[in-house]
Design a binder for this molecule. Structure first.
Ligand SMILES: [Zn+2]
Length: 98
């Protein structure tokens, strides 16, 4: 017998690994995060990623972190400098959203 794609009951690679589903493809996830934050992701990409971060804590954390940095940078461009406090407040607000 060879490897069968129809038999999923004995699949050694469980597609759902709650610890970190994207461990092997983390760099791909990072690219998607950047694309989304740049506002260049397609609706499909966004939906797929939103579904992914529900299960992938590492991507969820990464997304929040990158989003915080992006917001902080934008604020820094528009206004002058971002106090440490503001970054902290933004992080808390993002945490509340999730
Ligand atoms: Zn992930």
């Amino acid at each position: 017998m060879n490897l069968s794609s129809t038999d999923s009951s004995n699949n050694p690679e469980n597609p759902i690994n709650y610890a970190s589903p994207c461990e092997k493809k983390k760099s791909d996830c990072l690219k998607v995060i950047q694309t989304i934050l740049d506002g260049e992701a397609s609706e499909e990409q966004q939906k797929h990623f939103e579904a992914h971060i529900v299960e992938c804590l590492s991507c969820c954390e990464q997304f929040k972190l990158d989003q915080t940095i992006k917001v902080a940078l934008q604020t820094k461009i528009c206004k002058r400098e971002v106090p440490e406090d503001l970054v902290h407040v933004i992080k808390l607000k993002i945490d509340q959203l999730w």
